[in-house]
Every structure is written in C-alpha cells, then in structure tokens.
Design a binder for this molecule. Structure first.
Ligand SMILES: [Zn+2]
Length: 322
C-alpha cells in the first residue's frame, strides 16, 4: 500500500518549520527544516523563504516528490480555508493574499492552508494529548492566547473564518486594551505581553523583582523561559502576576466549556511547556469553580510541542485530498 506522505508546514512570525511526515497509526517525522521567517523582507521575500524551507525538507527526506500527496500549511492569521486565502496576518503584514494557488503552482502538489492554532488543535486531537476525543478545544498560552475548536471531529472555522479566538473572549468591557483593539479580552489579562507589562509597571512602582529590563528592551515581551525561570525560582512579583493570570485563564476556559461542552481541553503554549506541573492544577481549579453544574471536562497538556501544527495541517491536507 502506498504510504501516506505529506509535507506539514508551520509558518510563524519568527520561524518557518517544514517537515515531511508519514501518517499511519502513528506519525513519523522524516525530515525537519527550520528557517527564520524574516517578515521585514515583505510578502515576496517571505514567500521565497517558505518555498525554500519546503523544498529543503523534501530534499532532506530523500522522498521522491511524486510520492508526496499534499502540503498542509498552518498560517498565523485569519485564513479562508476553502480558497486558501490569507485574509489577515497582522504580524506578517499580509492581507487578502491567495496563497494556495501560488504554492500549488510552485510545487505541483495539492495544498491546504489553515489557521495555525486550528491546525495545532487538530494535530493534538488526531495524534496528541486529545486523541480519542471528538470534541476538543485547544488553548495555547504564549505571547497572546490562541484557541482552536474541533467539534464532532471537524475543525470549526466559522462564517468569518475566526471561530475559536478564545483569547478575545471579553472578561471585562472596562478592562485593559487588547492588541485586537477591544478592551478586557482574556489575552489582555493573560498574554505574555500583558504579563510583561504588569511586571514592568510594578517594578517602576518600586516592587523588587529578579527580572531585568534594560533601556532598549523595556517594551519587549519577556521570553517564556525568563518568566518561567523567575517563577520557578520563587520570585514573589512574578508568582503573583502569573497566578493572577491562571485565574483569568480558568474563567475564560470555563466560558468555552459552558458554551460548547467539549470533552477535552488541550492546554499548551510557551507559558505552559515549562510550568504546567504547577500551573495546570491552578487553572483547572479556577475553571471548575465557574463550570455549569452538570458539566465536566478533561484538561490535558499538549503533547506534540513543535509538531502539533505541522501534523494537524498535514493530516487535514491529506484528508481533504489537497
Ligand atoms: Zn482582544
């Protein structure tokens, strides 16, 4: 039987990852190529880098291109999956760009383009922590808070291609400004950018903290690894800010569960990877306080790491025959 070989691509704001993957009962990563995205090069430049990354991953896999059935690509932004059009990718500066035909012309292989967080949630549902569950919500806690929904085994894209934007559930209409332009979104309380700002403001008010902000990076979002090492070392200010965020995250997740009743919530992202042992039970407890009485849900920690998006996009591309 012919093997199910696909290329899975994860285009991010800072890096592009392309893998040739063999899909069966399990998945097998046959090659892995990572390059910087360099959004400053503009659309043509980024497109060229995407093409190079895919090409090199195929070369490295030693698989004949003709054996590859599809390319699945997770893209950071709002994507019209049926058309393969990137409607909006704020961190790359792309708007209304028909990506799929361009890639199909370049590689002569069917291509599917999907929002990256949707792909990641689907990857976890197919091969990761949520395998075996039909209704799954993914929550990815990093610079922002990304979300994805798989209901009845299908990725939910919504009428305007932005379903599952869990980070923009409003927790308080008078709350802090969010990157999306609204106020009081979950992300405006819990995203790493918000946490960095909270820590910075407290330090300016004289609170001691082990983290340092230099003149030039005072506006720059702290890396998850810096926040987690300060947290795990017991820094009181960092602990306070992070604990407060787990409360908001728990409330946001309870809202999703009360609305959709998924069987499983997958929790991942940079903030969770190194701190899940401590934070997941807190988030779980906060969430359960706000659940509708008859509701239950299983909270699982994302298991595929870097590969969730490439696998999810690859599986979907294969399943849809493109
Ligand atoms: Zn928002």
């Amino acid at each position: 039987m012919a093997k199910n070989l696909v290329v899975g691509v994860d285009v991010g704001g800072t890096k592009i990852l392309s893998c040739v993957i063999e899909l069966g009962d399990k998945f097998k990563i046959l090659s892995r190529v990572k390059k910087k995205t360099k959004p400053e090069l503009g659309l043509e430049g980024v497109l060229e880098r995407i093409n190079q990354t895919i090409t090199e991953s195929i070369q490295e896999s030693k698989i004949n291109k003709k054996q590859i059935k599809a390319i699945g690509m997770g893209f950071p932004g709002t994507v019209d999956q049926a058309k393969g059009e990137v409607l909006m990718a704020a961190n790359l500066g792309w708007k209304n760009f028909l990506l799929r035909p361009v890639l199909e012309k370049a590689f002569k292989i069917p291509v599917l383009v999907i929002n990256d967080v949707n792909a990641g949630t689907y990857g976890e549902q197919q091969y990761g922590a949520a395998r075996g569950f039909r209704d799954v919500a993914g929550v990815f806690w990093g610079t922002g808070v990304g979300g994805g929904l798989v209901i009845d085994g299908r990725v939910i894209e919504g009428a305007w291609h932005s379903a599952g934007e869990i980070g923009h559930i409003c927790l308080n209409p008078d709350g802090p400004r969010c990157a999306c332009g609204n106020n009081g979104c979950l992300e405006a309380y819990t995203g790493k950018a918000a946490l960095t700002n909270q820590i910075y403001q407290e330090m300016k008010n004289g609170r001691p903290c082990s983290l340092e902000f230099s003149e030039e990076n005072e506006q720059v979002t702290l890396k998850s690894s810096l926040i987690s090492s300060a947290y795990l070392a017991g820094d009181p200010l960092v602990k306070e800010v992070v604990h407060q965020a787990t409360r908001y995250l728990g409330v946001g997740m309870a809202n999703i569960v009360n609305l959709l009743n998924p069987q499983c919530l997958v929790l991942g992202g940079g903030m969770i990877e190194s701190m899940h042992k401590t934070l997941a039970p807190m988030i779980d407890e906060h969430m359960r306080r706000h659940l509708f009485p008859s509701t239950n849900v299983e909270l699982r920690i994302a298991g595929l790491g870097d590969y969730a998006v490439v696998i999810g996009a690859g599986v979907l591309a294969l399943a849809e025959g493109k």
